[in-house]
Design a protein around this ligand. Structure first.
Ligand code: AMP
Ligand code: GLY
Length: 426
């Protein structure tokens, strides 16, 4: 079968690496791909949001499965357009993709489905939003409704910070139309965890837990990024909790969406805050996390193609999905300056030596092949991953691989996994 994968980050290299191992795949295409996907598939120069061109390509090349990496094509209707062409898509329709595309939609569907989440209000009126701030406890969280590249969330410790955020989003329109609507919600306190599940519209098969590291600096300091590292499982959410968590935060949403005529097919990702009073959902994503995808796929033992096809066709069964009991950990190497401005075009060396470290696998994120040389093109450049018998061993191997890799002004956090190791020691 021919398969088209959409996207161009570290997550997509991991997906391409896993898809390319399937005996069911004859040709694997990635649109637009990167310097890592080029090593295991054929990159095709189509933008990930050019829905018409993606569908036309999938038809012309007789693709039996299209896999959406990022959210943007799903929000733009990729899955709906493919359904019209009779091509199975791993990824939900545009209606369901609003779970990620609109914070207000996500909060309202959580309330409707009885999913635990912070108390909230939605505003389209600037004056009403500002008036609300004076009546709420601190800290409080202000969120731009639409997609804002992970930057549309402000955890405000003072009323002034909350007012400034509302002004920035609604009046100054720093995020464009994404800030015309805002959510103001209570702040949840605890440790964050990522909980993902395969869904076929009715059946839910949970994945092992993960923990991302969103802040750029060690000790979770500095501005938020797309994610500086991740590991799975996350001790804060042990395997014994999967079933309960799926019933609490995934199944109710899948049920509501099915009732509304939009069965959710693909990966549903719940960003959780593990509070003293139990878990609360901070956000949903309608795709694999990046970098969470990298450690998860290193642990996935089964062929991913039958799993994705079953999700797309409404035929998912738990027996299709098998996980390694090992721990996987991914350290993101970024261009110095990220998430602010950073240089591009730096040459990367050491990839082969890093891949030879026992248990390690380097996934390429923001880098392209130029005449056989890998050069940086983005902020998050590499996802250096490793599998180990314990979290500490996976961490040691991943950092051994990091030590083999070089590019000018490379930056990475040295504490990926430390929080989990501390929790295991308690
Ligand atoms: P989101 O894009 O909604 O996941 O928000 C990005 C980050 O903001 C999350 O990963 C949390 O660290 C933080 N955050 C969002 N909502 C809340 C909340 N209600 N309470 C505390 N922190 C939050
Ligand atoms: N790593 C967080 C995300 O993919 O949204």
């Amino acid at each position: 079968m021919n398969v088209l994968l959409v996207g161009s980050g570290g997550r997509e290299h991991a997906l391409a690496w896993k898809l390319s191992q399937s005996p069911l795949v004859s040709s694997l295409f990635v649109a637009p791909g990167n310097g890592g996907t080029a090593l295991v598939a054929r990159n095709v120069p189509i933008k990930d949001t050019d829905i018409d061109a993606l569908v036309a390509f999938a038809k012309e090349n007789a693709c039996g499965l299209v896999v959406a990496g990022p959210e943007a094509p799903l929000v733009a209707g990729l899955s709906d357009a493919l359904a019209g062409a009779g091509i199975p898509c791993f990824g939900p329709d545009a209606y369901s993709a609003q779970l990620e595309g609109s914070k207000a939609f996500a909060k309202q569907i959580m309330r409707l489905s009885g999913v635990p989440t912070a108390d909230f209000e939605v505003f389209t009126d600037y004056a009403a939003a500002k008036a609300h701030v004076s009546a709420r406890p601190l800290p409080m969280v202000v969120k731009a409704d639409g997609l804002a590249a992970g930057k549309g969330v402000v955890v405000a410790k003072t009323r002034q910070e909350a007012l400034d955020a509302i002004e920035d989003m609604m009046a100054a329109r720093s995020f464009g139309a994404a800030g015309d609507k805002v959510v103001v919600e209570d702040c949840l306190v605890g440790e964050e965890a990522s909980f993902l599940a395969f869904c076929d519209g009715k059946t839910v098969v949970p994945m092992p837990s993960c923990q991302d590291h969103k802040a750029v600096g060690e000790g979770d300091t500095g501005p938020n990024t797309g994610g500086m590292g991740a590991y799975s499982p996350a001790p804060v959410l042990p395997d014994t909790e999967w079933e309960r968590m799926a019933k609490l935060v995934i199944e109710p949403i899948v049920r509501t969406l099915a009732e509304q005529g939009h069965p959710f097919k693909g990966v549903l990702y719940a960003g959780l805050m593990m509070t003293e009073n139990g878990p609360g959902v901070l956000e949903y994503n309608v795709r694999f996390g990046d970098p969470e995808c990298q450690p998860l796929l290193m642990r996935l033992e089964s062929d991913i193609v039958p799993v994705m096809l079953a999700c797309a066709k409404g035929e998912l069964e738990p027996s299709l999905v098998r996980w390694s009991p090992k721990t996987a950990l991914c350290v993101v190497m970024a261009a110095g300056g990220y998430p602010g401005s950073y240089a591009k075009g730096m040459e990367i060396t050491g990839l082969e030596r890093a891949d030879q470290v026992d248990g390690a696998k380097v996934f390429v994120a923001g880098a392209a092949l130029e005449g056989g040389t890998l050069k940086t093109t983005g902020g998050r450049v590499l996802g250096v991953s490793a599998l180990g018998d314990t979290l500490a061993l996976a961490q040691a191997q991943a950092y051994k691989a990091v030590a083999e890799l070089h590019f000018d002004k490379a930056y990475f956090r040295r504490d990926i996994g430390d929080k989990g190791i501390r929790r295991l020691a308690q």
